[in-house]
Ligand binder design. Sequence first.
Ligand code: GLU
Length: 484
Amino acid sequence: MKIRTRYAPSPTGRMHVGNLRSALYEFLIAKHAGGDFMLRIEDTDQERFVEGAVDIIYRTMEKTGLKHDEGPDKDGGYGPYVQSERMKTGIYMKYAKELVEKGEAYYCFCDKERLDTLKTSVVDGKEITVYDKHCLHLSKEEVEANLAAGKPYVIRQNNPTTGTTTFHDELYGDITVDNSELDDMILIKSDGYPTYNFANVIDDHTMNITHVVRGNEYLSSSPKYVRLYEALGWEVPKYIHLPLITDENHKKLSKRSGHASFEDLLEQGFISEAIVNYIALLGWSPEDNREIFSLDELIKEFDYHRINKSPSVFDIQKLRWMNGEYIKAMDFDKFYEEALPYIKEVIKKDLDLKKIANMIKTRIETYCDIKDHIDFFEELPEYDIHMYEHKKMKTDLDSSLKVLEEVLPILEGIDDYSNDNLYKTLLEYVEKNGYKNGFVMWPIRTAVSGKQMTPGGATELMEILGKDESLKRIRKGIELLKNR
Ligand code: GLU
């Protein structure tokens, strides 16, 4: 049997890291087995619908390379692929009525006032009313009279109050719950839309989904879903519930952490391939300790039986490291193209931006690091003269002043400001005086950059700055050291 998985996002905003992980795992499970990966838009909760969120979903899928075989934009014979459109076909109502016929569901006409008096309990982080089956006891005639009178209604699942329900999760094994814990959840809302709880079952079955992968916040609802499958005489798909993703403080990763969505991460200068690679490891690991995987390599390696049950910590430092590895390995032309907007944001002068890009490629971890590495090219920052003192280089304020004063005329006397020529020229000075390299280079680098750390050595920086600017900065250094 061909494996079919689905990613079923609700268009409610940015794509949360947890959602992206579900999408990735569904994609990998399908592709690993040569199966089909489908996209279904779950927009039945009209209150949570956010304009533009569907576009975000498409953009994210495209950028991450999670290509779907079927979806709203790619008919595979199981459409429509958008739940609000599916609703118009009458599919949810049809099965809800079938369940009513079978005694597995019932109409409920209780109004808000009455529901407000009922007990509440918290399920999946949401407060729900525990319904007392009041309307289950209405006679057929009463129900029909209410419907004929146009009384607003919902359709609820009719769960038994005794006995147990068992379902199987591929990772958690068999899970058994007391039926008394199962609320008579709403299947069809008063606006005629199905709830997520109902629609996911109808759709996963009618769209022939074999493996359902989702966050473990759905674990507690799964017995109710399983009861629906069984009531309709359908085979239950394989369930794979994924571990919680937490922030560094072991709290559920949330918007507040600032890096909870794919878009947040892109804005923070991470690259898509690294994000996907990192997210793959949030709950899954290969047999060896390998960490860097392209999407194709993940497809090959991804065995879902190796998904972890324990929560995974989203470690932004680890992602930074991984992103840096991706940047290092990136083809220079591609890097240049992607880094250019960040470079241009800082550098307005007419400098050789390609050289700057080349200099920083191995030093940054994210594109947003670029600014800090190169801003001194645009303008010499105010700096503390004690930066001239360096124990290992054996430099102090006096020695630095002396060196700068001595190299100034030499540097004024040459016009070839290529790195090679500058280096050769300064080396002659170093050797003539019997100095160590650093003794000379440290003060020059400090003077031309005003920074403790720079993406290149003194002569590399001067090559980019050019003669005029380099000399100007060295003179400024001399002045600072003199007037101390
Ligand atoms: N629409 C649900 C969500 O975005 C999908 C959950 C599922 O995969 O079944 O959380």
